[in-house]
Design a protein around this ligand. Structure first.
Ligand code: KIV
Length: 269
């Protein structure tokens, strides 16, 4: 049994920025109060990712997630983990132009306690990020493999395989930093390129499928705890065999119901 070292410190964007070159940041997703409470003092940030549309709602990709859905789950997470730095992932179509982005971000701040929002996009979306940050919205960027582009790109493609793409990704990171983001998720990028991106900016780079060279890591909770069985990306490490444990436990419950050993005398009124 490992010992839990609790050095939890409530985060804000100043502390997150200062962590660069000082401390590796641990980020995990959560979608509900129950798990958010378990993660609260373990993670530096909790991301209410639109990945919930796949792992929680069973959809094939993230694109059909709605802002109301994200707000509902963020409220649950903020209730379960009131001390956590919670980030709401803006779903597809909610930040296609500056005005929509700002009015939807204001809605998030009015209806949840999220500390920040996350948007996908690099230099192409820098003007939108700049509009948000200059209007006091805390923004986390997301570049590299961007799941919201899956239909327009024709699949999930690892980025940074060519010199040209590597240069584009570095430009994206610099543009997003310049637009005022406090951190950037870099997903599905060759690790040598992730290293160049990390070195090119002064805000923390949070990697997922980008090697151990970034300023921190993010994983989707249902992937890392082994609950999501549809597929396992190469970069995911299972820290628990959640699906197997749950299935065994429920099977045991079923057996106990069938042989009437549940409930026992001690479990009745
Ligand atoms: O939606 C999500 O969970 C994410 C992470 C993969 C970074 O964006």
């Amino acid at each position: 049994m490992s010992i839990i070292i609790n050095d939890f410190e409530k985060m804000n964007i100043t502390k997150i920025k200062k962590a660069k070159n000082n401390k590796k940041l641990t980020v995990i997703t959560a979608y509900d109060a129950l798990f958010a409470k378990l993660f609260e003092e373990m993670a530096d940030m909790i991301l209410v990712g639109d990945s919930l549309n796949m792992s929680f709602a069973g959809k094939p990709d993230t694109l059909s997630a709605t802002l109301d859905q994200m707000i509902y789950h963020t409220n649950a997470v903020c209730t379960g983990a009131p001390k956590a730095f919670v980030i709401l992932d803006m779903p597809f179509g909610t930040y296609i132009n500056k005005d929509d982005a700002l009015s939807n971000a204001v809605k998030v701040y009015q209806q949840t306690n999220a500390a920040a929002i996350k948007v996908e996009g690099g230099a192409d979306r820098a003007d939108i990020i700049e509009h948000l940050t200059s209007n006091s919205v805390a923004v986390m960027g997301h570049i590299g493999l961007m799941p919201q582009y899956v239909r327009s790109e024709g699949g999930y493609k690892v980025r940074g395989k060519t010199q040209e793409d590597a240069e584009q990704l570095i430009k994206d990171a610099i543009a997003v930093e310049k637009a005022g983001a406090f951190a950037i998720v870099v997903e599905g990028v060759k690790s040598n390129v992730a290293k160049q991106i990390t070195d090119a900016v002064s805000i923390p780079i949070i990697g997922i499928g980008a090697g151990n060279v970034t300023d921190g890591q993010v994983l989707v909770w249902s992937d890392m705890l082994g609950f999501f069985e549809s597929f396992k990306p190469k970069f995911v490490r299972h820290y628990l065999d959640g699906a197997e444990l749950v299935k065994n436990a429920v099977n045991q419950y079923r057996n106990d119901v069938q042989d009437t050993s549940f409930p026992s005398k001690d479990e009745e009124y």
